[in-house]
Design a protein around this ligand. Structure first.
Ligand SMILES: Cc1cc2nc3c(=O)[nH]c(=O)nc-3n(C[C@H](O)[C@H](O)[C@H](O)COP(=O)(O)OP(=O)(O)OC[C@H]3O[C@@H](n4cnc5c(N)ncnc54)[C@H](O)[C@@H]3O)c2cc1C
Length: 499
């Protein structure tokens, strides 16, 4: 039995903790927040429930396998999410990818030829990458892992061919091959998912929302709570409100952590939170970090953060549903001048599109009787307006208020009477996300998705090893594109390491 300390109780830390405790190890999770979950969490305000991190996940085959391995699958009410897409040119809630294509064609009949080419390119990548209906190979060991890698090995020649074609191409570069920059179709194809994400992923990202896009009916917090409870039942110790301020090393190896002036010893330390801070802030001996890594770390680009507006509405979920038509709505109505890279544009929030999500349309218990809850979201430029006011609290409040009002204005176009029905409102900025999860700049999904700004050479590798012996990465930061799958892959790799 090994004594293992895990820093962080996001989905990565909770899965690692459960798997290791199940193997019979003595595991302690330290969580800075007073609730478990990290980005898979939620909160109540005045009886309204909101998701505080992600509201959805993909890669369900991997997620479900993990929950079955841990033994909690039956306790979690996973639910498929449907999305409505709205722009000036189309408005629909397609059942599947073909319907989505039809919807786009119907909005742009004069662009049929170009759309034919674009979709045939995207289809090639979808055929190759498949629907991910099998768990990731990292979730297996030995022969079973090899077996699950076989499809990837067999498709390697095709992969190589497509990589030659797409290489490090971004979604904007892909869209610009066919459509004028700034045009509606350019925005549509370059704007799906993260800005400038790999062109290789655009097709699977679009088709994936029809085949593999999920939420948890009880809310993400219920998922984290179930995992936390199971971890405790397995003998694990989950310490909430316990920020780890140092990772302690001896002779180049991690031997414990310090928290609230107390030292806790361990055979292994797993950092299941932010990668940059693990090394630049928590590690007690900076000389253990090779200079090249240190240089890379400081400048490495992280994924963009979100601004989210939380609204409690004096409007029933049924009435809200008449306008929303689906619990999740993507809008495509960037205004002229929209630029995700312009951090100095004070009017950014009046130009960006917002997505809408109603937790109470997914589960009526997420709002008081006769009322509804609504979240408005958009990705924001890094360090918008001198990082939201350069540390000036009053200015921060003003900027946050301005962003919130602009996003509410935007959503009002879809929901008449929205403003007069608001009973509760607040917003989270990337600074809020960072404050509650310690993710650098409120990075929402680990490192940058831009293939030209990679931190890891191989974007699909799982990198739990660190230059410090017995210190592993158990969070989404172990993979370039992070997300729930990144956290899961890291959790399994860490578990395999500790015999
Ligand atoms: C708005 C939004 C939308 C998203 N959409 C998707 C999506 O559709 N699909 C998808 O797969 N992913 C999505 N993601 C990303 C996904 O939610 C995260 O990548 C994933 O949940 C991260 O899990 P994690 O366990 O690696 O880390 P986190 O959830 O970040 O958890 C880290 C935990 O560690 C704790 N911690 C950090 N430092 C310390 C310390 N020193 N001491 C103690 N505790 C510490 C933090 O408090 C936190 O609880 C989204 C994220 C956001 C914000």
């Amino acid at each position: 039995m090994k004594n293992v300390i895990i820093i962080g109780s996001g989905i990565g830390g909770l899965i690692t903790g459960n798997l290791l405790a199940k193997k019979g190890h003595k595991v302690t999770i330290f969580e800075a927040h007073n609730m478990p979950g990290g980005y898979t969490a939620g909160f109540y305000r005045k009886g309204y429930y909101f998701e505080s991190g992600t509201l959805s996940f993909e890669a369900s085959a991997s997620v479900f396998k993990a929950m079955k391995d841990i033994g909690v699958f039956d306790q979690i009410d996973f639910l498929r999410l449907r999305i409505r897409f709205v722009s000036e040119d189309f408005d629909g809630t397609p059942e599947n990818y073909n319907d989505y294509k039809k919807m786009v064609y119907s909005g742009f009949p004069s662009e049929k030829e170009k759309l034919d080419t674009v979709f045939s390119e995207l289809d090639k990548t979808i055929d190759l990458m498949g629907d991910a209906d099998e768990p990731m190979p990292f979730l297996y060991s030995g022969l079973k892992m090899f077996e699950s890698m076989l499809p990837y090995i067999l498709s390697a020649p095709k992969q190589m061919q497509l990589s030659k074609q797409f290489g490090n191409m971004t979604s904007s570069e892909f869209a610009a091959k066919y459509f004028e920059k700034g045009s509606k179709l350019f925005e549509l194809f370059s704007g799906f998912g993260y800005p400038d994400m790999p062109a290789m992923f655009v097709g699977t990202a679009i088709s994936g929302v029809f085949t593999d896009y999920w939420t948890v009916k009880g809310g993400m917090q219920s998922w984290a709570d179930i995992l936390a409870e199971n971890f405790r039942k397995l003998g694990g110790d989950l310490k909430l409100s316990s920020y780890v301020d140092k990772i302690i090393t001896k002779n180049g190896a991690a031997v414990g952590v310090s928290c609230k002036n107390t030292v806790y010893n361990a055979d292994y330390v797993i950092s299941a939170g932010d990668y940059k801070k693990t090394f630049l802030k928590l590690l007690d001996d900076q000389s253990l970090i090779p200079q090249t890594l240190q240089d890379n770390l400081e400048s490495a680009a992280v994924s963009e953060g979100f601004c989210t507006v939380y609204l409690g509405l004096n409007m029933s979920s049924q009435e809200l549903g008449k306008y929303m038509k689906a619990p999740h709505v993507f809008t495509y109505d960037h205004k002229p001048g929209y630029n995700i890279y312009n951090s100095e544009d004070g009017e950014f929030f009046s130009k960006t599109s917002v997505s809408l999500y109603s937790p109470s349309m997914v589960n009526p218990k997420h709002a008081p009787t006769g009322k509804s809850s609504l979240m408005l979201q958009t990705i924001v430029p890094y360090h918008w307006m001198n990082n939201w006011g350069g540390g000036d609290k009053e200015l921060y409040g003003q900027l946050k208020g301005k962003a919130m009002e602009a996003m509410i204005d935007s959503a009002s176009r879809l929901i008449p009477g929205l403003k007069k029905n608001i009973e509760y409102k607040d917003a989270a900025t990337p600074l809020t996300y960072e404050r509650f999860t310690h993710n650098t700049d409120g990075a929402s999904s680990a490192w940058s998705w831009n293939p030209k700004k990679k931190f890891y050479k191989n974007a699909m590798s799982v990198n739990i090893e660190t230059p410090v012996k017995n210190l592993y990465i158990g969070s989404c930061w172990a993979m370039q594109f992070g997300g729930v799958p990144g956290a899961l892959a890291a959790a399994y790799q860490c578990t395999k390491k500790i015999k």
